[in-house]
Design a protein around this ligand. Structure first.
Ligand code: DX5
Ligand code: ZN
Length: 218
């Protein structure tokens, strides 16, 4: 099942509620929320207060991507704010097993993200703890960057790891996804696709979400 997750990082923040309703009506499956701390990544975005406001208008699950370090002490605030999927970076916490268990105990779905340069073997000891693996296809911090082609091989490898272990884990890809490259990303084994600038740069959100879904399913 293909899922399209528009990243609100590229939305018009002065009309955030309207933008969220618009992408939901246009066919979004998840609302992807990028949380950046100016430390783990070189940008600052939003915190739990804004996530709470988003949760009041959104009807689709909130896919909250935490790019913050340290992360454990902030997990409860994002859970209370209304996150449905909470993803942390493998690079952002020394005790990844502990962090993932903390999210599991909170009742959220559990995600782990890896930067483009992080060895995938780092995931092998935690794959059974997560619902979703996020393969970053840009270096996190900004919307509108180009897809890093090497991510395709990484998606294939992580999909193979999941299949070999008989696990039920989704593979999300985040960064530089467009209608013209999503087919290759889907063929590599991804099933959840984040798209920020590809969606919000277009006047017709429904048309671009439909094109993404169609090309991913082709
Ligand atoms: C990057 C973020 C992404 C980003 C995606 O750090 O995690 O979610 O907003 O934006 P696009 O689709 O424009 O690359
Ligand atoms: Zn993201």
């Amino acid at each position: 099942m293909i899922k399209i997750a528009p990243s609100i990082l590229s939305a018009d923040f002065s009309r955030l509620g309207e933008e969220i309703r618009a992408v939901e009506q246009a066919g979004a499956d998840y609302i992807h929320v990028d949380v950046m701390d100016g430390h783990f990544v070189p940008n600052l975005t939003i915190g739990p207060l804004v996530v709470q406001a988003i949760a009041r208008v959104a009807s689709k699950p909130l896919d909250v991507h935490l790019m913050i370090a340290p992360v454990d002490l902030h997990v409860p605030a994002f859970v209370q704010a209304g996150a449905n999927i909470l993803t942390v970076h493998a690079e952002a916490t020394v005790h990844l097993d502990r962090t993932l268990n903390l999210i599991r105990e909170s009742g959220c779905q559990v995600g782990v993200a890896v930067n483009p340069s992080t060895p995938l073997c780092n995931l092998s000891s935690v794959l059974h703890l997560v619902d979703i693996v996020v393969i970053m296809s840009v270096n996190p911090g900004f919307g509108g960057q180009s897809f890093i082609p090497h991510a395709l091989q990484r998606i294939k490898s992580v999909r193979r790891m999941i299949t070999e272990r008989g696990l039920n884990v989704a593979v999300e890809v985040d960064g530089g996804i467009k209608p013209d490259n999503i087919a290759a990303v889907a063929q590599a084994g991804a099933d959840v696709f984040v798209a920020g600038s590809a969606v919000f740069s277009q006047p017709d959100y429904a048309a671009v979400i439909q094109a993404l879904r169609h090309n991913a399913s082709a």
